[in-house]
Design a protein around this ligand. Sequence first.
Ligand code: 5AD
Ligand code: SF4
Length: 434
Amino acid sequence: MSLRFYIHTMGCQMNEYDSELISGLLRAEGFEPALSAGEADIVLANTCAVRELAAEKAYSYLGSILKKDKKSEQIVVMCGCVAEQDGAGALKRMNGIDLVIGPSKIRNIGGILKDFLKNGRRKDYTGDAKVEWNKDSAIARSSGEKAWVTISKGCNSFCSYCVVPLARGREESRPQEDIVETAAKLIKSGCREINLIAQNVNTYGKDKKGEGDFAELLTRVASLEGEFRVGFKTAHPRDFSEELIQTVESSKKIMRNFHLPLQSGSDRVLKLMNRGYDTKRYLEVAGKVRRLSGSSLTTDIIVGFPGETEEDFEGTLAMFARAAFDSAYMFKYSPRKGTAASKLGDTVPKGVKEERLARLMALQRKTGLANNKPLVGSEQEVLIDSETFSAGKVCGKTLSEKQVFFPAENSLKGFVRVTITSAGPFSLKGEPVK
Ligand code: 5AD
Ligand code: SF4
């Protein structure tokens, strides 16, 4: 009988994609998926290192597997960003971990597991490497309707707080042809939403002469035949181009959510973060997004970066109000080993970080509601989130990625037109158009 594997995924969309890829590669090698860790011969944790808490969760998950579920012969594998960061250290820290595989090495996972089955040697596979993109066709997607498509790996930005460039290596664009073909196949197989993902979509193609830039790639995907949408994440405000706005405007199939991480509203802190823009430049970009009809602007903020003063933070509040974000992910600063900012200490007390986070969250409720209210009475096309049918209600997302809840007798699929009947800070309610 073939060996069965189970993957537990933590962290971002990059990891979601990587887990689907690992699953496909393992199936291609004759392994079979298991429904739970307890039933599996091989347990893989795809981990996130972006904050201390996330990294610790990786170890506590593996710890619990090792305690509860480990049959003597079960193979335990740590993948993802903690694997890359900790390498052999992870093998030392937890005796039960058999293999440690960083994001740049996952495309070899079949061979790595086969080696382990032969020789039983605990080992770490880390370090940056070129991507064999042709292997991505093996991917086993978990949703038929929505798909992540990774368009480049790694990051060259080196924001001073961020572990990603260390964990995922240098940026490398996937060939345009490969992405377009993948998207075409997905649409033919019934996929309705394609999300082009990268740490920074705007630098797509810059590492390869003649590859074409992101605007060109987006145009090509949006021109494919079929009933679908295409979204993209994340764009860096520093590299934001006028052309991107024009490309989005040019097609009804391109999603109108711009996720542009601000991180801080203080020019002094932005400099220390090595973000490559100031508040003036950010507001210019935000203004361009706002002029595009039906668009939404979302962001990421870090509070309590080393040395952040009350005045710096008030700058963040002011910028948040001016940009009037539709929504935001907000985080307490967490020092990460090996980053430039980790040398600055962690000077803002936990209580102060929490208080700043709470003030931002209160503001987010206001800006979110102010953006959503004008939508009441409008008609929107939403794509159903297939997992969300419950108690006679379904949820769909607008082209600007806002959630709309509306009544339905059974679970629905595909695109539905709804009239918005009320607005809250985080979502909308509607009625299907008769
Ligand atoms: N501490 C807190 N938040 C962080 N992020 C990245 N690194 C850190 C860190 N060291 C946040 C940023 C980024 C998001 C994915 O995670 O806001 O945009
Ligand atoms: Fe994703 Fe960054 Fe977490 Fe890695 S560290 S899983 S790239 S969020």
